[in-house]
Design a protein around this ligand. Sequence first.
Ligand SMILES: [Zn+2]
Length: 252
Amino acid sequence: MQLIDTHAHLEDVQNLKEAITRAEEAGVIAIITMGSSYRANLWALRESRRYEREGLRIYPALGVHPWNVNDSDLGEALKFVKENVDEAYAVGEIGLDYWYRGVRKNPEKRELQRRLFVELLELARDHGKPVSIHSRGAWRDCVDLVIKSGIERAVFHWFSGPQDALEDLLRHGYYVSATPAVAYSREHRRVVMNTPLDRLLLETDSPVEYRGVVSEPAHLLRTLSEVAILKGAEKNVIAKKTTENARRLFRI
Ligand SMILES: [Zn+2]
């Protein structure tokens, strides 16, 4: 079985070398590692490749996470993404998060996130790159802004938004990625259930904790098992389709 972890933050994974070995043993052949801050972008572009193995490629994405709009080095992070975007396989992780602390009831902070998001969407569009999108609590705005930007290739990572937003993004040819939360999150399960197999990707968002368990790319097998159960399909069928989808989206 060949699997692709389409969204991880490898710079934050403990004992990465060992984690990569376990991922390779689990059948992971590629990982897209996200850039979310200046530090993460630097690592993704300059360091991540050192952890590649013969059977497991690592592809850097560059971006600025909506949680980081107030970072003191935001300007540097943006500059780095802009100067190096052609070397990235995607622009990500970018997006909006209206549930982030202090943001829900603060229209100015939401506007700040939107401005950054639009700027990065336009960058990706102008350089022909796909985007990996964080959309927690801001599903509708995220889908609308991506459509409006004219971006052709996008994945809404860990999407858990309402059905109408899901239908809109699917209608525009975009993708959704499933995380290990598909085992227990009602909203995420509904999204995965209602996403056709040719638009679905697998991911771990490592090292995010799922019910107290720190994830690593080898846990892609958990995502795979749960998706197979939900879809009522064989694991190898899900693996084959989602890997094809990832190759198509990221052109890898
Ligand atoms: Zn992430």
